[in-house]
Write a protein that binds this ligand. Structure first.
Ligand code: NAD
Length: 220
């Protein structure tokens, strides 16, 4: 298998560039320079050019980039030129916010399987999708061919949810529960914790309060 050496931060920034380009497209903008993209994404223009250079040549010297074309090219790089069917386990506060938010639909993520073990939720419909008990995860995921699973259950239920998702055939898991999950090596696992980001903020605020400038390694 070939290895594509692209920094993770580049992929994250491509997603940011693409969302910015989508917004500009809606506003009717036709062309854009790397400087404009950089301003919109909060990075420097050389970074924009370097990130794009991993994937080929884009834009025309002296003219800039065609907004629609570049956005389409980035969507293809991110595999967002196809629709992804997603499964969600845990239709509580966070699960509802995730499934209902229009941004996921706009970016091509379609929730086709939703699970919860609350008897009051099982059998109810969410935008045409029936909430099913977690005992059915494996069977339904496999039938619906969900390749991505999102976990929004309490921490003590998260590993069980992950195991069922993997048995059902998902290839990637986004875990919001505050627990590190064990999954087979071939499964792409991302764990999101807003508390970690908040705690990085409080660290920065504290060292500034103590009269230190920000350590070099933290300066973007
Ligand atoms: P919640 O209690 O509102 O929702 C949890 C849902 O999971 C409920 O509907 C419950 O019935 C369901 N559930 C419980 N066990 C289950 C199982 N075995 N199978 C299927 N469904 C099950 O909680 P919430 O506020 O939505 O938080 C959900 C998770 O996300 C928690 O683990 C929480 O700590 C975490 N969280 C993470 C972040 C973050 O930044 N990553 C932010 C907020 C919450």
């Amino acid at each position: 298998m070939r290895t594509l050496k692209v920094p993770e931060a580049t992929i994250t920034r491509l997603s940011v560039y693409s969302r910015y380009l989508s917004k500009l497209k809606k506003q009717g903008k036709i062309t854009i320079s790397s400087t404009d993209i950089a301003v919109g994404a909060g990075v420097n223009p050389a970074q924009v050019r370097k990130d794009l250079s991993f994937f080929g040549e884009f834009g025309t010297r002296g003219v800039g980039y065609d907004v629609d074309q570049l956005n389409w090219d980035i969507l293809k790089i991110l595999s967002l030129d196809e629709e992804w069917t997603v499964a969600l386990v845990g239709f509580g506060h966070l699960g509802q916010a995730v499934t209902m938010h229009r941004v996921f639909k706009e970016r091509g993520f379609n929730f086709t399987s939703i699970f919860d073990n609350d008897p009051n939720k099982i059998g109810t419909m969410v935008e045409g999708v029936e909430i099913l008990p977690s005992e059915r995860i494996e069977e339904v995921i496999s039938k619906n061919k969900n390749r991505i699973g999102i976990i929004t259950v309490p921490a003590d239920a998260a590993q069980g949810a992950a195991d069922a998702l993997v048995k059902g055939g998902v290839q990637a898991i986004l875990n919001f529960a505050p627990i590190h999950l064990t999954v087979p090596q071939e499964i792409e696992l991302r764990e999101v914790d807003l508390a970690v980001n908040l705690e990085v903020l409080t660290f920065h605020l504290d060292i500034q309060r103590q009269g230190y400038s920000r350590p070099l390694s933290f300066i973007r």
